[in-house]
Design a protein around this ligand. Structure first.
Ligand code: THU
Length: 124
């Protein structure tokens, strides 16, 4: 799986976003270490605070299918406002839970999950 392909999968997923309130469409494609890919989009709600980010939907899909080891996640947002999108703070915490080394692939940059939230909460 190439970074380009993972970004393309994330972009396709962004088109499935349910974002009637923000109109900000986000897609994610999470690559598990075994090569399987889980795509996701943001899912909003009329009770705004219940919005679910694409990245966390992707992690939820993967973990609930038995995957816990991840190599990379691509994140894409559509439109002018989506340029240079980065995972939000909550998503950074959730990604780092599964490994500081997970590559976070954005269209214009790449990071490691751990570097995106260096002083994150840890239980131990
Ligand atoms: N959103 C994501 O899906 N991922 C992020 O990393 C940032 C924000 C969504 C949540 C909400 O549906 C919309 O983008 C606007 O905040």
């Amino acid at each position: 799986m190439t970074d380009r392909k993972l970004l393309a999968l994330a972009r396709a997923a962004a088109h499935r976003a349910y974002a009637p309130y923000s109109r900000f469409q986000v897609g994610a494609a999470l690559l598990a270490s075994d090569g399987s890919v889980f795509t996701a989009c943001n899912v909003e709600n009329s009770s705004y605070g219940l919005a679910m980010c694409a990245e966390r939907v992707a992690v939820g899909k993967a973990v609930s299918e038995g995957k816990r080891s991840f190599a990379a996640i691509a994140v894409v947002a559509l439109g002018k406002r989506g340029k240079r999108v980065r995972p939000c703070g909550a998503c950074r915490q959730v990604l780092a839970e599964f490994g500081a080394k997970i590559r976070v692939i954005c269209e214009d940059a790449e990071f490691e999950a751990g570097e995106l939230l260096p002083e994150r909460f840890r239980l131990k």
